[in-house]
Design a protein around this ligand. Structure first.
Ligand code: PMP
Length: 397
């Protein structure tokens, strides 16, 4: 039977990784990776996570199953992070949250639940978006569509085009929004734009579906939840998916959540029963270790304070590198204005250079990035920023 399977086109990001590994040049620089890196180019285990992990291992006396919905302390902690402790929707019992295997698992579980609740719903994805949104939601059985988001030439969100497209969506359709640190473009909505969008969703009966994979890495934990919280105040139904891969560095532990805001407490109970049934059919139980770590970090005041500090360091490093790169490029007097990079947030930005220039950067200068010119800002550090800026300036000549 396997002979019937079709060969797949090579994965663009994996292809760049292979080329990078094969490059023997000592000064090669990888700006294509999708994970946070510190000044030494490492993706470390956070000290708060290490301490929580040790306490858990010492205290754990069973590996029996936890629950289909996962670790209850984790789910409570995530709800408080996303909505704020006193959000009216939480107090009204209108929120149901399940722990999932990473944010990807959250998107998949949410996708399956949405397809069950409204099989004719369309999900509008931002153009561009994180490429994995397509397979995760398509395999869940949803119909996908797109709204224009980032104008690559003007280096900004094309909000008018976005709204114009969403005006054509029908009631019950979903709008997938990046909560903060848009992947891949780094350009987030302003507060005013979130408010405008909430009004549009309200008027047209659209359901916001917020992917919050980088909470705390743009402006701060509460600040980055602005959009998700506003939507939850204004609309009867909202879906929020989170990930602890980046903000707690728990990538391989697979920790995330899918959270559903319903119109009433009764509907919320229906959601919880159905989403548990969906998870049961997909993977049965989520892995516990990472979620137990997060629960410990969030509910232990000392560990929580340490994590908040570590998160702030990551955020400040990213925002500092953005400014540093812009300043370094400005001193080289290229014909391009890169100041937009300092206004964008999170790990990713498009340089906005051509595919040929990206290939020259790779082949002549050993600087690697995705062909779209998306860079991971965290791959830059004080030791390599001069070389990166020189190389970019050279291919722009
Ligand atoms: N959404 C977006 C926009 C992402 O960039 C990512 C991670 N790259 C995820 C969700 C999910 O990540 P994970 O499954 O590792 O938690």
């Amino acid at each position: 039977m396997f002979e019937t399977l079709k060969p797949l086109p090579p994965d663009a990001i994996l292809g760049i990784m292979t080329l990078f590994r094969a490059d023997q040049h000592a000064g090669k620089i990888d700006l294509s990776v999708g994970v946070y890196q510190d000044e030494q180019g490492r993706t470390p285990v956070l000290a708060s996570v290490k301490r929580a992990e040790k306490a858990i291992i010492d205290a754990q006396d069973s590996k029996t199953y936890v629950a289909i919905a996962g670790n209850a302390g984790f789910n409570r902690g995530v709800e408080e992070l996303v909505y704020g402790a006193n959000h009216p929707a939480l107090r009204a019992g209108r929120v149901a949250t399940v722990q999932t295997p990473g944010g990807s698992g959250g998107l998949s579980v949410a996708g399956h639940l949405l397809a069950r609740a409204n099989p004719s719903a369309r999900v509008y994805l931002s153009e561009p978006t994180w490429p994995n949104h397509f397979p995760l939601l398509k395999l869940a059985g949803l119909t996908l569509d797109a709204y224009p988001y980032y104008d690559l030439k003007k280096h900004r969100v094309d909000f008018d085009a976005m709204k114009a497209k969403l005006e054509t969506a029908k009631a019950g359709d979903l709008v997938l929004l990046h909560g903060c640190c848009h992947n891949p473009c780094g350009a987030d909505l302003t507060k005013e734009q979130w408010q405008d969008l909430a009004a549009l969703c309200e008027r047209r009966g659209l359901v916001p579906f917020v992917d919050l994979a980088y909470q705390g890495l743009a402006e701060g934990l509460a600040e980055d939840a602005y959009g998700a919280r506003l939507m939850t105040e204004r609309l009867p139904e909202v879906v929020v998916v989170t990930s602890c891969s980046k903000n707690l560095g728990l990538y391989r532990e697979r920790v995330g959540s899918a959270s559903f805001v319903s119109a009433t407490r009764e509907q919320s109970q229906l959601v919880l029963a159905n989403v548990s049934n969906v998870a049961r059919g997909l993977y049965s139980m989520p892995p516990d270790h990472g979620a137990a770590i997060v629960a410990k970090v969030l509910h232990d005041s000392e560990l929580r304070a340490l994590w908040v500090k570590e998160l702030e360091e990551m955020r400040n490093r990213l925002n500092g590198l953005r400014k540093l790169l812009v300043d370094e490029l400005a001193t080289r007097k290229t014909q391009m204005d890169f100041s937009f990079i300092a206004n964008e947030r999170g790990m990713f930005s498009f340089l906005g250079i051509s595919k040929e220039q990206v290939i020259r950067l790779r082949e002549e200068f050993h600087v690697y990035m995705i062909e779209s010119s998306r860079i991971n800002v965290a791959g830059i550090n004080r030791a390599n920023v001069d070389y990166v800026a020189d190389s970019i300036a050279a291919v722009l000549k």
